[in-house]
Every structure is written in C-alpha cells, then in structure tokens.
Design a protein around this ligand. Structure first.
Ligand SMILES: *Cc1c(COP(=O)(O)O)cnc(C)c1O
Length: 361
C-alpha cells in the first residue's frame, strides 16, 4: 500500500474518510443503481442539502451537477453571455476561461495582471455592456487569491453584470457574501478531497433568467446541460444524463463529515496551517513566497519560488512519502506549490514543513 501524502494542488490527498465511504458504496452496489431510482434521488437530495448547509448557501441559489469546472466555463458562456464577457486574468486558469470566450466568438475583454500578481478593484474598469464578469477567487497556477471584500467591491462598481467566481481550488474556505455575486463553482478533486469527475455549479435566479431570455430570443444555449434542462431534472433530484453517481454519493458523505467538524473549524484550521507555511517560507534559505503582496496570497494553494529545482525537491521528499506540486507550466522548475486543503491534517502539514526544513533549510 502506498503511504504517500499528496500535497499537490489537485488531484490531491483524498479526504481521510474516502476509502471507507468507497467501500460502503461498493457494499451497497451504488455503481449499479438507476439514476432514475428513488435511491439515487435520495443521494442527490442529501448531497445538495449538505452542501447548502456547509456553504451557508441562500435558498435562492440552485446547485447543479456537471462533469468538471472546465465544462462550467463553457456553460456559463453558452447560457449567460450573448455578446460580451469580462475576465480578470492573472494565471493559466483565468486565461483559459478568457480564451473559451474568444473561441465561442464572444467579445472577450480582460484586465490582466502579471503572473504572481493580483487585482486592485479600484483600478479595474468594466464597461456597462459586459454581461458576465469572470473572477478567479484562487488562481491555482500562481497562488494568487482575491479576497471576498475585493469581490464585493467589484459588485459595487458594476451593478448590471452577472458575477461568476471560480472558487475551484478554495471552496469551502472563502466565506462569500452570496448576495454580492451571482454564481460560483468548483470541482471535487481540490478542497473536497475526492477523485476527479464532478463539477458543482451554484447559481442564483439572475443567471437562470438570463439563460431563459437568450433561449426565448431564439439563441442556442446548448442541449442537455443548458441551465433550463439541468433545472428541470434538478427539481426532481435528478440529472439529464447518467451522472457520476459514485462522486455525488461520495461528496454527500464527505460534506457530512465536514459538517461534523464544522465549517468554522475547517476554516480556522486552514488559516492556521497556511500561516505556518508562510512563516516557514519566510525563514527558509531555499524558498520564498512567490506572491509579494501579502493580501493577494492564497491560503489554499501556496506557491513558493525555489532555489533547488522542484523535481529535485520531490525526489528528496519521496523517501518521506510526501509529494508537493511543481510549478505550473513554464514555472515547473523554479516554483513549488503546496496544497493546504481540509484533507491535509495539521500534523501532516507540520511534518511536511519540518522535513523541508531539515532537507533544504
Ligand atoms: C483545477 C481548476 C480548474 C479546472 O478544473 P477541472 O475539474 O479540471 O475542470 C479551473 N479553475 C481552477 C482555478 C482550477 O484550479
């Protein structure tokens, strides 16, 4: 059995209860049940109720199951943008979403910050013609995050556009004011500690109304995964297609475990672990925090510049059954990324930092 702890930014370490939940799902033959059965509807209902409670999601928000966050990018553009979207781009994920808009022949606008830098809402100008403002709360490639306060400030600047927030590698950590945004989304292989293959889309009535409006105007908003098609089935605790039933089941179980710990405790522990990581990076001879501006530093995916090439770091960590993420894309060698997710216990994080300190100072 492999004992290695994955501090990679996603897929990452599984939530510690996942193997038991998997075994239980197999015992119950979850993989064979019909997605139109009462048993599935109960699983669906339980998972959405747990998520709603965990994230303190208002009743006006709907929860939809899709295949990935990448799919949700496309669905946002298809359903909620007829002509123009606006993107805050400061890394690979936010850039990719912007490119989707171009590929789909929308008028894609962007405000761009250099890799490793964040945004100052007062300096961003967004035209009134923009239908969707696309923000990335936690840019996993560079370790830059946008605070909830800054997101709310963008709302103040632009009351007429819908705001979509990519919180793929941060939820359930950020405590959003859901009345200041219109939608957020994530996939389960980051902070929820599950195998990949499920995207969760949270959206309010303005997004639904927008999709219906485009549809009524005779525009194509897609087929089985258009917002109206998803909602029609969601009302019955179902999905249009045969979904990843296993993942929906496991998400229900892991959110139940998280509720038992409590969201406040999860957030407190995440903050505590992140502070330890940054304290170590500050004192280290090999590593320095990659994000200079303290208020833009991510607490869930921490990126550090390294004097020792990242693959060598992982080679040395192998003997201790640990692995961190290498830098993203062209930063592969000179940066490491440390995931600080709810699945990573404080004890495991302490051990990682102690080991890095002993190996590299
Ligand atoms: C991982 C990630 C995505 C893509 O998620 P998929 O599940 O691969 O579609 C999008 N945005 C951010 C910020 C991510 O970290």
């Amino acid at each position: 059995m492999i004992k290695k702890i994955f501090f990679t930014p996603g897929p990452s370490e599984l939530y510690p209860t996942v193997p038991d939940h998997y075994q239980e799902a197999l015992n119950q033959k979850i993989g064979s049940i019909s997605h139109r059965s009462r048993q599935f509807q109960d699983i669906y209902k339980q998972t959405t109720e747990n998520l709603r409670e965990l994230l303190q999601l208002p009743a006006s928000y709907k929860i939809l199951f899709l295949s990935s966050a990448t799919e949700i990018w496309e669905r946002i553009l298809q359903n909620c943008v007829e002509k123009e979207s606006f993107h805050c781009v400061n890394g690979s994920f936010s850039k990719r979403f912007y490119e989707f808009s171009q590929e789909m022949r929308r008028h894609a606008l962007k405000s761009e910050a250099p890799f490793g830098e964040g945004f100052y809402p007062e300096k961003i100008s967004i035209p009134d013609s923009t239908e969707a403002i696309c923000l990335t709360q936690n840019e996993t490639s560079s370790g830059v995050s946008m605070s909830v306060e800054d997101i709310n400030r963008i709302r103040e600047k632009s009351s007429s556009s819908l705001i979509f927030v990519d919180s793929v590698s941060s939820l359930p950590y950020p405590e959003f004011d859901f009345s200041k945004i219109n939608s957020t989304y994530f996939s389960v292989q980051k902070c929820f500690g599950l195998p990949a293959g499920l995207g969760i889309w949270l959206l309010d009535t303005s997004c639904i109304e927008k999709a219906e409006k485009l549809q009524q105007e005779g525009l194509s908003i897609g087929t089985y995964h258009s917002i109206p098609a998803l909602l029609e089935k969601a009302r019955n605790n179902q999905t249009p297609e045969t979904p990843n039933v296993m993942a929906i089941y496991l998400l229900g179980k892991v959110t139940e475990d998280m509720l038992r710990t409590g969201i406040r405790e999860i957030r407190k522990e995440t903050t505590r672990k992140a502070e330890k990581i940054y304290a170590y990076l500050k004192s280290s001879k090999t590593f320095t925090p990659a994000v200079q501006e303290v208020r833009h530093r991510s607490f869930t995916t921490i990126v550090a510049n390294t004097l020792v090439p990242a693959p060598e770091i992982n080679k040395a960590l192998e003997a201790f059954d640990m692995q961190v993420g290498t830098g993203y894309g062209s930063h592969k060698e000179r940066q490491i990324r440390i995931a600080n997710f709810p699945a990573h216990s404080e004890e495991q994080m302490d051990k990682l930092l102690k080991t890095l300190n002993e190996l590299f100072g």
